[in-house]
Design a protein around this ligand. Structure first.
Ligand code: GLU
Length: 415
């Protein structure tokens, strides 16, 4: 099967939104085009003494609403079009949450699972040197994403500061706490998603304390989501999986045991005394809540009609294709779209930026309260728009976000 190009998906989504909002062709064209992008070749000394060249990207999609913001992915299948799509989604995400930010994304084609700590540090520093001229605390602020970590953020911040000749904590978010990180950033993506699940459950009349959950992907977002579903709601985790496979257990899976198993054996699929299942099977389980928390295009026209979950909470970016969206909507599945559901990460990143600018630190409780307020408000305004226009939740999120970006572009005299 041909790979689905995420940027084609992102542009298709804009076309659908432009139709609903009756946007002028020049406005639509601008929304479908990245404002600026940088391609860099990074020469990195490997442990065996050889020098390997890696390709990296940074796409600043649209800065009509402010400093551009978005993570950096380290992934073997990274492409410029994936980064463009992710940068576009960051633009809508920041606008939807009413953050004074534009959207960007970065990526490096590499396989961090096959690299030593030293190689990863040298690659991270090389990336920062490559994009140094292009980013900055008042220009474009990266963050963690797939396979990048707070430690990687710390190295990148250090490299940027060394070149700038002064500490520049605000150049990147998702840092460890002792070097300018924000309390609550670690699980912010999952926690923000939980607030939207809580509101969706109220809307649909689902009792979360009796709900069952399946989690696809067990990185930062997936693990914290599984943990918080139990902690905050008392829901039962029936299945989890990662890129190597998954497990199912009717009695429920302990998220911490799954985390420990992944740390020790590199996959949750080695959890003892459980039924093994594939990712495909997990997605089609009869659960109340399905949480895709890994990468793009896992729910497509091939499997959408088999999805039995009542709520699909998209903690990943771009897990559902437009064709699959239509099928889910027709079947009455309540989708909490990615750039609403996973916006908790960038929202707390924004809080981190504010704290870095002010040289001040908030308590974790304050971060959580502010996050809850923004996520809850965003969820309900998307729900209201979807009811008002009789469109699905993703289209409603697009309508809101794009309206705000277009308003800013008009006020600035761009269109
Ligand atoms: N990588 C996260 C996302 O896709 C966070 C981005 C950020 O914090 O800037 O939303």
């Amino acid at each position: 099967m041909a790979k689905i190009n995420p940027f084609h998906v992102a542009k298709q989504q804009i076309d659908r939104c432009a139709e609903i909002l009756n946007l002028a062709p020049n406005v639509t064209a601008m929304l479908k085009t990245p404002m600026r992008e940088l391609h860099v070749s990074l020469a990195v000394r490997m442990d065996d003494g050889s020098v390997k060249i890696f390709q990296g990207f940074r796409v600043q999609y649209n800065d009509a609403k402010g400093i551009t913001k978005g993570g950096i992915r380290f992934h073997p299948d990274e492409t410029i079009d994936t980064v463009r799509a992710l940068a576009a989604w960051m633009t809508w995400k920041c606008a939807l949450l009413d953050l004074p930010l534009g959207g960007a994304k970065g990526g490096v084609i590499c396989n961090p699972k096959e690299m030593s700590v030293g190689e990863l540090e040298r690659l991270s520093r090389a990336y920062m040197r490559g994009v140094f001229q292009f980013i900055g605390p008042e220009k474009d602020v990266p963050a963690p994403d797939v396979y990048t970590t707070p430690q990687i953020m710390a190295w990148m911040m250090d490299e940027y500061s060394a070149i700038a000749g002064k500490p520049q904590f605000g150049v990147i978010t998702g840092k460890p706490l002792p070097v300018g990180g924000s309390p609550g950033r670690g699980d912010a993506t999952a926690r923000g998603g939980m607030y939207t699940i809580r509101e969706a459950a109220k809307t649909l009349g689902i009792d979360l304390s009796k709900a069952t959950v399946a989690v696809q992907g067990y990185g930062n977002a997936g693990y914290h989501a599984a943990r918080l579903c139990g902690e905050l709601f008392g829901s039962r985790i029936l299945a989890v999986c990662d890129s190597k496979g998954g497990v199912y257990c009717e009695a429920g899976i302990d998220p911490e045991a799954a985390f420990a198993c992944k740390a020790e054996t590199s996959s949750v699929c080695n959890l003892p005394n459980m039924e093994r299942i594939s990712m495909e099977e997990l997605l089609e389980l009869d659960v109340d809540i399905l949480i895709p928390a890994a990468i793009e295009n896992v729910i497509t026209d091939k499997n959408a009609s088999n999805i039995k979950a009542k709520i699909v909470a998209e903690l990943a970016n771009g897990p559902t294709t437009p064709e699959a969206d239509d099928i889910l909507f027709r079947n009455g599945v309540h989708v909490i779209p990615d750039f609403l559901c996973n916006a908790g990460g960038v929202t707390v990143s924004y809080f981190e930026m504010v704290q870095n600018f002010y040289m001040y630190s908030w308590e974790e409780a304050e971060v959580r309260e502010r996050l809850d307020k923004r996520m809850t408000a965003a969820y309900h305004s998307v729900l209201n728009t979807s009811r008002e226009y009789k469109i699905n939740m993703r289209q409603a999120a697009y309508v809101q976000a794009v309206e705000r970006v277009v308003e800013a572009m008009k006020l600035r005299g761009w269109v």
